[in-house]
Ligand binder design. Structure first.
Ligand SMILES: [Fe+2]
Length: 295
């Protein structure tokens, strides 16, 4: 069956049919999905009852897995529920029990409910993220996406000129501070030293410009912090207007792949004290620091 994609939203998001993500893809399928990512920025694959190793293999069709040493003070490898290559976005501890509301790991996870782009706090931010739904709560837990190309396009010429060459500083510390989680150890502060990212990026294939925003952005070079924070807050408000946003109601077996260079996303609430939401992510490494890219 050939790969086919239908839009789920007026400006982005496609639903893919004709692909079994559990099996090796042929070059034509990889090309069709990549073209779909360039156009839609987010693709939804339905009814993929995928295992961890299959998800990793599927992800590798599109590039190299991102690998950064997770600072051991957040959670060591022995304390993790999943194996290498899989990031755990569930509310479960390593024994499969619902995580304590006081767990520091939970505080880090809660920050993902703010609009962000994965790994924008890394020197080379992520390309694609792939999230699969393994177990879903009966209510809530949507993932929302916002199209940063449409948000850029909607700026007036003055707004575009103002941001063209701006460089932001991103750190996990900024997004966690935003939810009042400030109890960070000196090693954590050192591990999450701010990195520089262009505010305007161009897609390497389509050339379309987009806003590179995230809750991780906490400063703009050459600006005072209050000026920068206020500006970034206003710009984020603009970029997440309803017409640029799609809210994904997860179905069992959904696998969603998004391009962190073109969209922001955020997790939404669910009954995390009583229900399990088991989501697992693989992540593709980006090509280069944004700072090396001319806007
Ligand atoms: Fe994320």
């Amino acid at each position: 069956m050939p790969v086919s994609i239908r839009p789920l939203h007026p400006v982005f998001i496609g639903e893919v049919t004709g692909v079994d993500c559990r099996r090796p893809l042929g070059p034509a399928e990889v090309a069709a999905i990549t073209a779909g990512m360039n156009q839609y920025a987010v693709l939804v694959f339905r009814e993929q009852d995928i295992a961890d190793a299959e998800q990793i293999a599927f992800t590798r069709h599109f590039g190299e897995l991102e690998s950064y040493a997770t600072p051991g003070h957040i959670r060591t490898r022995e304390e993790q529920r999943l194996g290498p290559g899989m990031a755990d976005f569930s509310n479960l501890d390593k024994d499969g029990r619902i995580m304590s509301a006081e767990d520091r790991v939970w505080f880090f996870k809660l920050g993902d409910r703010l609009w962000h782009s994965d790994s924008s706090f890394r020197p080379v931010p992520a390309k694609y993220s792939l999230l699969s739904a393994r177990l879903l709560p009966s209510w809530g837990g949507n993932t929302e996406f916002a199209d940063m190309r449409a948000a850029y396009d909607a700026l007036d010429p003055r707004g575009k000129a103002e941001i063209e060459d701006l460089v932001c500083e991103h750190s996990l510390i900024y997004s966690r501070q935003a939810i009042g989680f400030t109890d960070l150890a000196p090693e954590e502060l050192a591990a999450f030293k701010p990195v520089r990212q262009r505010l305007v990026r161009s897609h390497p294939v389509s050339g379309r410009k987009s806003l590179f925003l995230a809750a991780h952005a906490g400063a703009i070079e050459g600006w005072t912090v209050p000026e920068a924070r206020m500006f970034l807050r206003d710009l984020t408000e603009h970029a997440t207007r309803p017409e640029f946003v799609y809210s994904h109601p997860w179905r069992p077996g959904d696998l969603v792949m998004w391009d962190n260079r073109q969209v922001m996303h955020r997790a939404r609430r669910f009954d995390d004290r009583n229900e399990i939401r088991d989501m697992r992510r693989t992540t593709l490494a980006g090509d280069a620091p944004t700072i090396e890219q001319a806007a």
